[in-house]
Design a binder for this molecule. Sequence first.
Ligand code: PRT
Ligand code: ZN
Length: 286
Amino acid sequence: MTTRLRIAVQKSGRLSERSLQIIRDCGIRFGSDSRLLKEEAENFPLEFLYLRDDDIPRYVNDGVADIGIVGRNEYDEQDLPLEIIRDLGFSKCRLSVAVPIDFVYTGLASLAGKRIATSYPNILRKKLAEAQIEARIYEISGSVEITPSIGVADAICDLVSTGATLASNGLREVEAIYHSTAVMIGHQGLSQEKRLILERLLLRIDAVLRADDFKYIMFNVPKKHLDKVAAIIGGITSPTVTPLLDATWVAVQTVVREAQFWDVLEQLKTLGAQGILVTAIEKMAD
Ligand code: PRT
Ligand code: ZN
């Protein structure tokens, strides 16, 4: 029997689609039939377990799954001895304290003696302990945002991404106590065989994640500005410079970081760059 690496992925929820897309972008084929609990990849020794996100850390810890993709919030809340293998960067959110509009909040100290509803009691407890604040934590598994209006809590501590949910429940976000993204977690005692499969998978995942961070740009620029252009684009590799028919101009091709892209673009424009083309990169291996 061939050894397969078992990956636990959220069955249906905010993490599911992007988790599976990253693996698909790795050239791994599978059906992703959401009615299934388990599925094997067609062209890579990988097996999927589709689970509720809350269950993923425990399954990985128990060795039922070898690796899994969860929000860092879930990993930290459960505090199991697992390894964070990669930060996958998506599903960004924050765990924030929010209070009713008329609550006077001047800092965490304003929570002393108050009732705070949350689905993340451990992360909150730790934060309050660090700040030496005593409050009553009400653990609630869902719909945390309605607890102040029904008189169950004075404040809440919940995940926020756009803030729309808080606003529509008459709550004000006052302090982010924790930041989260999706992470790949792993069992610490993987067999050598499974480690090797994981390394193969990570080589692909890193190429996919790296590609997301960069753009490929091509443009023409007066040759006399080439030194300045090189300084602006810096670059992960030396840019490719091609002569043009008009000997006073050159064509340049290079990759730039997504985060610096607009800055770079503006500076290139001031140097007279023309015909700027930008494309997404699908994969980028070292
Ligand atoms: O069914 P299952 O248990 O698998 O899923 P779930 O309902 O427990 O989790 P799910 O799919 O909602 O979230 C999975 C993970 O996505 C979380 O653990 C976070 O790491 C991440 N994530 C990112 C979020 C959010 N953004 C988010 N906005 N998880 C939840 N929310 C909720 C939040 O709790 C609140 O109710 O969305 C609401 C706030 O959203 P905004 O945009 O109005 O601020
Ligand atoms: Zn859940």
